[in-house]
Design a protein around this ligand. Structure first.
Ligand code: ADP
Ligand code: MG
Length: 827
C-alpha cells in the first residue's frame, strides 16, 4: 500500500493545487484558532479537504435506498482505503429516523407509531436504559462548541434526521481513511506533491499588497537546508501573524509543491508549535463529512466524545476476547479514532472486528429473542382445502413458476401446523412474491380468519392493493386498504370492518399496527420489507392477533450464504427463477457524451408506444442538488416531449407522488423522470425502457433494483446506463456485471467479491443493511459465530439476568437493538 503513495500524491496535489489556483477568489474566512493553532473554523477550505477524503460520498442512508456509489475516479491518493465507511446505509433499526425520510423510504412510517416499542419512542426506553450509558446517549449539543447550527449538520452526517444526534452516533462514525503525516523530511529532501510535515523557522510575512487584496498572503520559512513559502488566499492577516510568529519554529503539515522551482505549501492542513507537535496525530484520520462541516470541527467533537466514553462492563466472553485478541469496547473505539499504526485503520483489525462482532451479537440476540418470543406463543393451525387459492390461480393471467408453487406448498403446510410460522420469502425484484403472499392469505381466509399485508411505503401499499383487488374479487375475498391517508368516515368503516371480521384481507402501511387497529381474528401477517429490516415492525404486527403467523417478503440482495444469519433463524422459501415469458433486459453502458443519441433513442421508443423511466443521479450530500438535477433533466425533456413527461422525486408529498406514479401507470404520461424514489417495488409492466444517468454513481445492488422496474412485460426491455467516462476499474466491473446478468443472487455475490478486494469505492456500494459499523467484506465471517454465541447465551440465560446478561443488555442499547429488551420484560 505504501508503495503506491508517490503516484497517488501527485493526484491529490493536482486536484488541490488546481482547485486553489483556478479559484483564487475562494473566500477563506479564517475564524479562530485554538491553542494548538489548528484552524477551527474555515470557510470554503473544507471543499479541499472533502476532496482529499472523498468523504462526502458516504452520506448515504439506507432508507433512501439510493446509495449512490462514489465517483468513478479511483480513491484519492493519500487516503488509504480503510473502510467502506458505509454506516449511513446501515441504520440499525427502522425507527431511528423514521419521519423525515425522503426518497423511497418516505412515508414508510406514517401516522402514529406510539404503540411501537422501538427506539423512536423515547421516554419509557430512556428509563430502562442502564444509567452508565447515559453519557453516550447525551445529545451532541452537550459538547462544547456544538450549537444548533452544527447540531443540524451532525444530524445530517449521522443520519439522525428527526432526533438529536448523540455521542454514540458520533463515536460510531468511523474514519474512511487517513492522511499519513509521518514523512518528516528536511526541506531539501521533500518530494514535491507529497504530504510532508516539516519543522521550519518563520522568517518573514509578505501580506498581499494593499492594492491587490486578492493576492495571496505568503509567509517565508526555512530550515537549515532550504526555504519554504507558506501561502494563504483570503486569509486574515492578524490570525496568520498570531499563528506564524516571526523567529519561531512551527511544524506545518500539508502538501508541498514546487512553484517556480520554489518549495511551497498552500493552506497547510495543520500548523502547530513544538508543544502541539507532540500531540499531532501522525496518522490523521479522515472522516466522511457533510457539506459545511470542517474536518477540524469533527475531530474536536470526536475528541470530546472519546473523553466521555465510559469504561463499560465487558459483555463478551473473556476467552473469546483473548482468543481473538480483541480490545475492550472503549479501547476499540479509541484505537479506531486515534490510529497509531496503519493496522489500526483496517476493518480487519482487532478493534474494528470487535465492534463488528459486538454489533452482530446485538443483532443476533435481538433476532433470537424475537424468535423465542414468537415461538413460545403457540400458533393455531389454519387449514384449508385450497378453494380460494384455486380461484385466484384460475384468475391469474399466467401460470405460477415452479419455485412459486413450491413456496406456496411450504407456506400452506406451515399454516396448517399448530406452531407459529416464521418464514422468509426471499426473491429477487420481479420474482413474483406478491402473488405467493396473496395465496398464503387466501389460505387463512378460507379457514375463516384474517390476513394483513404490510408494505413499506404508501405507493407500494396502493400498488399491492391495485394488484390484489381483481384477484380478491375473483376469489370472493373482502379487501380493504389502510394507510395514513384514509381518514374520517372511511377510516372508521375500515376499522370496524376489521374488528368485526367483515374485512378478510387488509393491505396497508405502518398504519396497520397502530393501537386502535383491532382485528377480529388475525391469522397471518405479511410484511413486505423490500430491503428494510424492522424486527419490531414484524413484532408489532404479529402482536395484533392471538398467534399470528408471519411471512416476511424480502428482496435483500445478500449472498445466500448469509441469508439465515442475517434474518435470524427463519424458514426460507426462495424464488429463484424469473416468471416465464419475461424478456431479458438488454443492458448497455453508454458514455454521457452520447446523451443526445440516447435522447433520440428515447424519442423513438416513445413513438413506438413504449414507456420510459429516466433515473437521475442521486447526488449525495445535498438533496437539493439531487432534486435540481432531476428538475433540470425534466425541463429539458419536457421541452422536447411536452406533456408526455412527468417528474417524481422524494421531496414530493405522498399523494402527489402517488398521482404521478398513477398517471404513468395508466399511460397518461409516458416518460417519467425520477430520482431513485422509484426504486422500491413499483410495478408498471408496460414501461420497457430505463435510462440511468451517472450510473457509475450507483451501487451494484441498487442498479439491479432500479433495472428491476423494467423487463416486467412481454416486451424486450432496454436499460441504458449512462456513465461518465473514464470509468475506474470497479465502476467498470460493476457495469459489466450488470450487463452480463440479471440474477440478483449472482449480483449480490459479485458485489461482495468486488468489495472484498478492498476497494473503497466498491465498498460504498452497499453496506450491510441494518448495521452501522460492520462491513460485509471484512466481517461477514464473524456472523455465524455471533449467531452461535447468541444462541448459547440465551440457552443459559434466557432473560439476560446473569452479570453477563446484564452487560449484554447494554450492548443491545448501544447498537439500538433495545426493542428486544421489551421482550425480556414482556416475558
Ligand atoms: P416482487 O417479487 O418484486 O414483489 P411482484 O410480485 O411485484 O414481484 O411481481 C412482478 C410482476 O410479475 C407482476 O407484474 C406480477 O403480476 C408478475 N408475475 C408474478 N408471477 C408471475 C408468473 N408466474 N408469471 C408471469 N408473471 C408473473
Ligand atoms: Mg414486491
Amino acid at each position: 500500500m505504501e508503495g503506491d503513495q508517490p503516484a497517488q500524491h501527485g493526484r491529490i496535489m493536482r486536484r488541490r493545487d488546481g482547485f486553489i489556483a483556478d479559484n483564487p477568489r475562494i473566500k477563506l474566512g479564517i475564524g479562530d484558532f485554538d491553542q494548538t493553532l489548528e484552524l477551527v473554523e474555515l470557510g470554503d477550505i473544507e471543499l479541499v479537504d472533502a476532496g482529499i477524503g472523498e468523504a462526502a460520498d458516504d452520506q448515504i442512508h439506507f432508507a433512501h435506498a439510493a446509495a449512490p456509489g462514489a465517483e468513478q475516479e479511483p480513491p484519492p491518493p493519500l487516503v488509504q482505503s480503510c473502510a467502506g465507511a458505509f454506516r449511513h446505509l446501515l441504520e440499525s433499526t427502522d425507527t431511528q429516523t423514521p419521519k423525515a425520510r425522503t426518497g423511497p423510504g418516505q412515508g414508510y412510517i406514517e401516522g402514529d407509531e406510539g404503540n411501537v416499542s422501538g427506539p423512536g419512542t423515547t421516554s419509557p426506553k430512556a428509563s430502562m436504559r442502564p444509567t452508565v450509558l447515559n453519557p453516550l446517549f447525551a445529545s451532541l449539543s452537550s459538547l462544547p462548541g456544538i450549537g444548533p447550527k452544527l447540531e443540524k449538520l451532525y444530524a445530517r452526517l449521522l443520519g439522525r434526521d428527526t432526533e438529536p444526534p448523540r455521542l454514540i452516533d458520533l463515536l460510531f462514525h468511523l474514519p474512511s481513511g487517513f492522511v499519513d503525516r509521518r514523512n518528516q523530511p528536511k526541506l531539501s529532501e521533500v518530494t514535491p506533491d507529497s504530504v510532508v510535515t516539516v519543522a521550519v523557522t518563520i522568517d518573514k510575512h509578505r501580506p498581499a499588497p494593499p492594492h491587490r487584496p486578492r493576492a495571496p498572503y505568503n509567509i517565508e520559512a526555512s530550515d537549515d537546508t532550504n526555504t519554504l513559502t507558506i501561502t494563504y488566499f483570503n486569509a486574515r492577516k492578524d490570525y496568520l501573524q498570531k499563528m506564524f510568529p516571526v523567529g519561531e519554529v512551527r511544524y506545518v503539515s500539508g502538501i508541498a509543491t514546487l512553484y517556480d522551482r520554489h518549495l511551497q505549501m498552500v493552506h497547510p492542513d495543520r500548523v502547530v508549535d513544538a508543544e502541539g507537535f507532540k500531540n499531532l496525530p501522525l496518522l490523521d484520520p479522515v472522516y466522511p463529512l457533510t457539506e459545511g462541516l470542517h474536518p477540524n470541527q469533527l475531530r474536536k467533537a470526536i475528541d470530546g466524545a472519546l473523553e466521555r466514553l465510559p469504561a463499560l462492563t465487558e459483555w463478551q466472553d473473556r476467552d473469546w476476547l483473548a482468543l481473538q485478541a480483541y480490545p475492550s469496547f472503549d479501547e476499540a473505539l479509541r484505537r479506531l479514532h486515534r490510529p497509531q499504526s496503519l493496522d489500526d485503520l483496517s476493518p480487519e483489525n482487532a478493534a474494528w472486528s470487535r465492534l463488528a462482532y459486538d454489533e452482530f451479537l446485538a443483532g443476533q440476540l435481538a433476532l433470537a429473542l424475537l424468535r423465542a418470543h414468537m415461538r413460545t406463543r403457540a400458533g393455531r393451525g389454519s387449514a384449508a382445502e385450497g378453494l380460494l387459492r384455486g380461484r385466484i390461480i384460475a384468475a391469474l393471467p399466467y401460470a405460477l413458476t415452479p419455485s412459486q408453487q413450491r413456496a406456496v406448498t411450504d407456506i400452506v403446510a406451515d399454516l396448517a401446523q399448530p406452531q407459529r410460522m416464521l418464514r422468509l420469502l426471499h426473491g429477487d425484484v420481479g420474482s413474483g412474491k406478491t402473488v405467493v403472499a396473496l395465496l398464503a392469505a387466501a389460505n387463512v381466509i378460507e379457514a375463516g380468519r384474517q390476513a394483513a399485508f404490510m408494505a413499506p411505503t404508501e405507493i407500494l401499499a396502493r400498488q399491492h392493493f391495485a394488484t390484489i383487488a381483481p384477484l380478491a374479487r375473483a376469489a370472493g375475498m373482502r379487501l380493504a386498504i389502510l394507510t395514513g391517508r384514509e381518514r374520517g368516515r372511511e377510516r372508521e368503516d375500515i376499522l370496524s370492518g376489521l374488528a368485526i371480521g367483515e374485512i378478510d384481507l387488509i393491505v396497508g402501511t405502518h398504519a396497520l399496527f397502530q393501537e386502535h387497529v383491532a382485528f377480529h381474528d388475525l391469522a397471518l401477517a405479511i410484511v413486505d420489507e423490500q430491503h428494510r429490516f424492522g424486527v419490531h415492525q414484524r413484532l408489532a404486527l404479529a402482536r395484533k392477533g392471538e398467534a399470528v403467523d408471519l411471512l416476511v417478503l424480502t428482496a435483500t440482495p445478500i449472498p445466500r450464504t448469509l441469508v439465515l444469519t442475517y434474518f435470524g433463524d427463519m424458514d426460507v422459501s426462495e424464488l429463484r427463477e424469473k416468471p416465464a415469458g419475461r424478456q431479458k433486459v438488454d443492458t448497455r453502458a453508454v458514455p454521457l457524451e452520447r446523451l443526445a443519441e440516447t435522447t433520440d433513442a428515447v424519442a423513438r421508443a416513445l413513438k413506438a408506444g413504449r414507456q420510459v423511466y429516466w433515473v437521475c443521479p442521486l447526488v449525495e450530500e445535498s438533496e437539493s442538488v439531487d432534486l435540481a438535477a432531476a428538475e433540470a433533466r425534466f425541463t429539458i425533456l419536457q421541452k422536447r416531449f411536452g406533456t408526455a413527461v412527468d417528474l417524481v422525486h422524494g421531496r414530493m408529498r405522498g399523494p402527489e407522488k402517488d398521482r404521478a406514479m398513477e398517471r404513468f401507470a395508466k399511460g397518461e404520461t409516458r416518460l417519467l423522470v425520477a430520482t431513485t424514489v422509484i426504486e422500491v417495488g413499483v410495478d408498471v409492466p408496460q414501461a420497457s425502457v430505463m435510462v440511468i444517468e451517472h450510473a457509475e454513481r450507483f451501487g451494484l445492488a441498487q442498479l439491479h433494483q432500479l433495472r428491476g422496474r423494467i423487463g416486467r412485460g412481454a416486451e424486450i426491455s432496454t436499460c441504458i446506463l449512462l456513465y461518465k467516462a473514464p470509468l475506474g476499474p470497479t465502476a467498470k466491473a460493476r457495469l459489466a456485471i450488470l450487463r452480463d446478468t440479471e440474477d440478483g443472487f449472482r449480483i449480490a455475490e459479485e458485489d461482495l467479491r468486488l468489495r472484498g478486494q478492498g476497494d473503497v469505492l466498491g465498498a460504498r456500494q452497499s453496506g450491510m443493511p441494518g448495521f452501522r459499523v460492520a462491513r460485509i467484506e471484512a466481517h461477514a465471517a464473524l456472523l455465524p459465530a455471533a449467531r452461535d454465541d447468541a444462541a448459547l447465551v440465551l440457552t443459559r440465560d434466557p432473560k439476560l439476568q446473569s452479570p453477563r446478561g446484564q452487560a449484554l443488555r447494554q450492548l443491545l442499547y448501544l447498537f439500538a437493538r433495545d426493542e428486544a429488551v421489551s421482550l425480556l420484560s414482556a416475558g
